[in-house]
Design a protein around this ligand. Structure first.
Ligand SMILES: NC(=O)c1ccc[n+]([C@@H]2O[C@H](COP(=O)([O-])OP(=O)(O)OC[C@H]3O[C@@H](n4cnc5c(N)ncnc54)[C@H](OP(=O)(O)O)[C@@H]3O)[C@@H](O)[C@H]2O)c1
Length: 303
């Protein structure tokens, strides 16, 4: 039951509505004519419960389901393996099963962490996944469940999400910079920061085209334009924040990822090639630097 361009509005059920992307998406959809969003937080619908998922989908009968829910704490996933797999693999499996039974297309968010990060120039959708840790494995197995259980799916892999809310690198950096004289950042991890609002914009653009009934199921990549390192992103964050606030930090020190002793191994390159999204949907990458300025303005109450 894909809504045609002529129906009054497409009902879009969003999971993980309190998270970075979920929140941005519900906010954007609320302002979008012809779309009626229904946001569910974890408390309102736990995707690890097959019964809850089926009952809610049967009750609301949305035109589309967008899964922004996830267990995204990469280090914690090494200790909470069962929970990570329950949310990142079994949750998407429950959604895909219920969506398939009701013929509802499923849009599912995944991650650059499905790759091992050895390709410095970046990853295309067809490259072989080789996750390094529990988080990446659980996201990859979640993708596979979606592919197996609901052919009408669209998997969107994204990377390095930041926003003015929730848990992310930008807000952690800001917290540290207010308290410490010296901060270390890895200069051997490459990637493309991506704002949650930008991901929401991309999902809306995809939904708009799906409502025309086009058949473009499959896996896609999206990230902000311009490759940087964690160090380069940190420099940009501190420069942007210093327009608004004096910070305690005096030195930003470039280190290797190994110097930071993370519990989970991380891909050295998180760069995602986004050509397929451009050629299929005409969606271009937005520069993360302008998004960063916008998010910083939002943090300081200017937008
Ligand atoms: N953040 C990144 O840098 C990044 C990078 C690549 C890919 N991604 C992917 O992008 C998607 C969105 O990421 P995000 O940064 O917006 O995530 P987020 O801010 O961590 O939000 C995830 C949301 O999912 C909810 N959730 C957790 N377990 C759930 C369950 N069992 N049932 C229902 N909801 C549950 C969380 O609720 P609680 O807060 O109550 O736990 C949280 O509100 C995820 O699929 C993630 O894997 C993120």
């Amino acid at each position: 039951m894909v809504a045609s361009a002529y129906t009054t509005s497409a009902k879009v059920l969003v999971l993980g509505a309190a998270g970075q992307v979920g929140h941005a998406l519900v906010e954007l959809l609320e302002k979008s004519p012809g779309i009626e969003p229904i946001g569910f937080t974890r408390r309102q619908m736990d995707i690890t419960s097959a019964d809850a998922v089926r009952q809610q989908l049967e009750k609301h009968l949305p035109d589309y389901v967008v899964n922004c829910a996830g267990f995204n704490r990469v280090d914690a996933a090494e200790r909470q393996v069962d929970e990570a797999f329950a949310v990142n693999r079994d949750g998407p499996a429950n959604l895909a099963t219920a969506c398939a039974a009701l013929s509802i297309p499923l849009l599912h968010l995944s991650s650059d962490y499905v790759f091992d990060g050895h390709y410095a120039s970046g990853y295309s959708e067809g490259d072989d996944p080789a996750p390094l840790g529990t988080y990446g494995r659980s996201k990859w197995e979640g993708e596979e469940k979606v592919r197996q259980l609901q052919p009408q799916h669209l998997i969107l892999r994204v990377s390095w999400i930041f926003s003015a809310r929730g848990h992310n690198f930008l807000l952690r950096m800001l917290e540290q910079a207010r308290q410490e004289k010296e901060i270390e950042a890895a200069d051997d991890r490459r990637g493309c920061p991506t704002s949650a609002d930008d991901v929401a914009r991309v999902i809306l653009a995809i939904l708009r085209q799906l409502t025309c009934g086009i058949d473009v199921w499959g896996t896609y990549h999206y990230c902000g334009a311009e490759i940087t390192t964690r160090y380069g992103f940190s420099e940009a964050i501190l420069a942007a924040v210093r327009q608004y606030e004096e910070l305690e930090v005096e030195t930003l020190k470039a280190v290797s990822t190994a110097d930071l002793h993370p519990l989970a191994e991380r891909p050295a390159s998180s760069v995602l090639k986004c050509r397929k999204l451009l050629s299929t949907f005409g969606i271009r990458q937005r520069p993360w630097r302008s998004e960063l300025q916008r998010v910083i303005r939002e943090i300081y109450g200017e937008s």
